[in-house]
Design a protein around this ligand. Sequence first.
Ligand code: IMP
Ligand code: MG
Length: 183
Amino acid sequence: MGNNKLTLRGKKLNLLIPEEEIKKKVSLLGELINDYFPKNEPLIVVGLLKGSFVFVSDLVRAINRPTLVDFMVASSYRGTQSSGNVQIKKDLDFDIKGKNVLLVDDILDTGRTFKKVLELLTLREPKILKTCVLLDKPSRRVVPIEADFVGFKIPDLFVVGYGLDWDELGRNLPSIYFLSEEG
Ligand code: IMP
Ligand code: MG
């Protein structure tokens, strides 16, 4: 069970999704992904760093075919109106042309970063390009984009744990929590 008395920088962490539920969901997502992609063809799983690193590490172990793992780092300029101004700080090591690709992120929020990266990868002409996010905050979307495989739809809460951070802290928590002001 997730510890329900945790704090981070003096803010209370309220349990939203316990570790066990995440595990079940990751297995389910793995099954859906295994069913969707052609058997016996390699799959390239592309994680967006840093937030997706924990999810990717569990998800790839639920995938039962030859799998390659790669990561990208994309930075979006938050707090400005220059929406869509996304910079690629680390690109892929692999050429994805003609390959089966699954783009993975921790959470789909405004959708700006995910959409830009998806457009970039599409230009490289993969055979199949699908998307998977563990969490989805649909009410926060500012650009029209949905993921093909979604773990949990959640309300507009700021969440930490399982790779997600609050100013770099909290990524190592095994469960997912939302922050509240009470100490
Ligand atoms: P966006 O969809 O381009 O707005 O950016 C999504 C990214 O913002 C995610 O990959 C996370 O790194 C970060 N993010 C969005 N919502 C949260 C949250 O509730 N907690 C922690 N990080 C978040
Ligand atoms: Mg992130």
